[in-house]
Design a protein around this ligand. Structure first.
Ligand code: NAP
Length: 169
């Protein structure tokens, strides 16, 4: 039996990409639900060859959901992630809200997948921001060979880093 998955922020730049990747990788999901704000009620998003109609986060019943991918910004994660996790779904949060939380592991699977076990404290897993994820994947083998003490980074972000609003502007 496959997983029941929701994407919170499914109409956003990242949420739409999450749906693409779930479909592309043939993630074993029986059911995938697209959630967004009231503004997007009924808006259609692609999931592989299928089209999902966005539902409203605050009206959705999370009972029976296995995995909730959150990508709707920190304030949404702050308000909803703990409640959803308490109902049994494992929350994987893409916002910055839980990144420094002592009871929430901050995971890049290729780098510290072993820390994942700590997710059971809150039923939440955080992931770092986009530039950090790709950087630490490259740094990890270097760090394993010759302990890195300090990294100085400048990032040059694309406008899509500001989400739908940035792209439209
Ligand atoms: N863009 C990037 O490259 C990038 C990279 C790494 C991390 N992130 C993080 O990913 C998250 C999403 O970013 P994004 O670029 O995808 O933003 P975005 O394009 O602005 O999309 C935001 C999504 O969140 C939904 N949302 C906003 N307020 C909501 C509410 N009150 N209730 C339910 N849904 C709500 C929006 O729904 P509506 O369409 O209905 O408004 C939309 O689906 C942010 O935390 C951001 O920091 C983004």
């Amino acid at each position: 039996m496959g997983y029941k998955v929701v994407v919170v922020g499914a109409t956003g730049s990242v949420g739409r990409e999450m749906l693409n990747i779930l479909a592309e990788r043939e993630f074993p999901a029986d059911d995938v639900v697209a959630l967004a704000s009231r503004r997007s009620l009924g808006k259609e998003v692609s999931y592989g060859d299928n089209t999902l109609k966005a539902q409203v986060l605050e009206h959705f019943d999370f009972k029976g959901i296995d995995i909730a991918l959150f990508s709707a910004g920190s304030s949404v994660s702050k308000q909803w992630a703990l409640k959803v996790a308490a109902q049994g779904a494992v929350v994987i949060d893409n916002s910055s809200f839980f990144r420094m939380h002592p009871d929430v592991p901050l995971i890049v699977p290729e780098v510290n997948g072993e820390a994942l076990a700590g997710y059971t404290k809150k039923n939440i897993i955080a992931n770092p921001n986009c530039s950090t994820v790709q950087l630490v994947v490259a740094l990890k083998p270097l760090h394993d060979r010759a302990r890195i003490k300090r990294v100085v980074v400048s990032t040059y972000q694309s406008v899509s880093g500001a989400g739908n609003g940035g792209i439209e502007e």
